[in-house]
Design a protein around this ligand. Structure first.
Ligand SMILES: C[S@@+](CC[C@H](N)C(=O)[O-])C[C@H]1O[C@@H](n2cnc3c(N)ncnc32)[C@H](O)[C@@H]1O
Length: 266
């Protein structure tokens, strides 16, 4: 398996996290615009969040999104905000493109879900023209992703399975501050810089926070779906207390910070 990400329902992904990675895509595109005028690659595009952000700032350029999840690609093809972008089923670790085929490449919230991230990084370096932008973004799970902190820290106090999943996600080498930059350098990418970007996840109420977690997508969806009913109710009620934090149910705006690492292809 080249992907560890549970990805079988595009609309469920959109409700769960796609609505927020679309915001992150805009922040990435603004902080690291593609430059040049050639084609742009969105690696592990999922349902097309980053692709849409790129389409919004790059009219007339060829944009290609690739992913291994056919359900997500099907959803991406229904979007109306990705212009003429093409969506192709392909493994990021073995790209079926010629050397130097793209002017720039992006991968958002994806490399930590691959079995061999270094292979994907090397492939991105290979298919981008020398000097072209190679950009990667990944959540700062430990320090910056409030909605998951609330879930895992609360659930871990109730049942030990949550602590295991938290450890797997939060201690992944690419979730650590130097992880993505080190990977870029190992892949031969130069002029590597790191910064952090913060978006806000604006939930209407607790249901708007919780119900999308039941859609079965990614490690969060896999964890919640695997709980027996009684444990799921206990976890939900405890997470609800954390969400409410002493106030009436209603909107909450939670910050979500990602590392953005950029470099130049060689
Ligand atoms: C959290 S989603 C991010 C999707 C999108 N980039 C976004 O920002 O919304 C992670 C994506 O990585 C994809 N993925 C994981 N391993 C992959 C691989 N080896 N090749 C291509 N896509 C992969 C998954 O299918 C999933 O769509």
């Amino acid at each position: 398996m080249s992907s560890t990400y549970q990805a079988n329902d595009g609309p469920a992904y959109e409700r769960f996290i796609g609505r927020w990675t679309r915001r992150l895509g805009d922040a990435v595109a603004e902080a690291a615009p593609p430059g040049g005028d050639g084609a742009i690659l969105d690696v592990a595009c999922g349902t097309g969040s980053m692709t849409a952000a790129l389409a919004a700032i790059s009219s007339g350029r060829r944009i290609v999104g690739i992913d291994v999840a056919s359900a997500y690609l099907d959803h991406a093809r229904t979007r109306t905000d990705t212009g003429a972008a093409e969506f192709i089923e392909m493994d990021a670790q073995q790209l079926l493109f010629e050397d130097d085929a793209f002017a720039a490449a992006y991968a958002t919230i994806a490399l930590n879900f691959m079995s061999e991230p270094i292979a994907a990084a090397r492939e991105m370096n290979r298919v981008v023209q020398p000097g072209g932008l190679v950009a990667v973004a990944g959540w700062d799970f430990r320090g910056g992703l409030v909605y998951q902190r609330m879930l895992w820290d609360t659930a871990a106090a109730i049942e030990p399975g949550a602590a295991k999943v938290r450890a797997r996600i939060f201690s992944h080498p690419l979730a650590k501050p130097d992880g993505l930059g080190d990977l870029w350098q190992e892949a031969g990418i130069v002029d590597v810089t790191r910064r952090s970007l913060t978006i806000r996840m604006d939930f209407q109420n607790f249901d708007d926070y919780w119900l999308p977690l039941l859609g079965g997508q990614g490690p969060v969806g896999g964890y919640v779906a695997a709980l027996d009913e009684a444990t799921q109710v206990r976890v939900r009620d405890a997470v609800r207390e954390a969400y409410l934090s002493g106030d009436a149910d209603g909107p909450r705006s939670l910050t979500a910070t990602a590392w953005l690492v950029t470099g130049r292809a060689t």
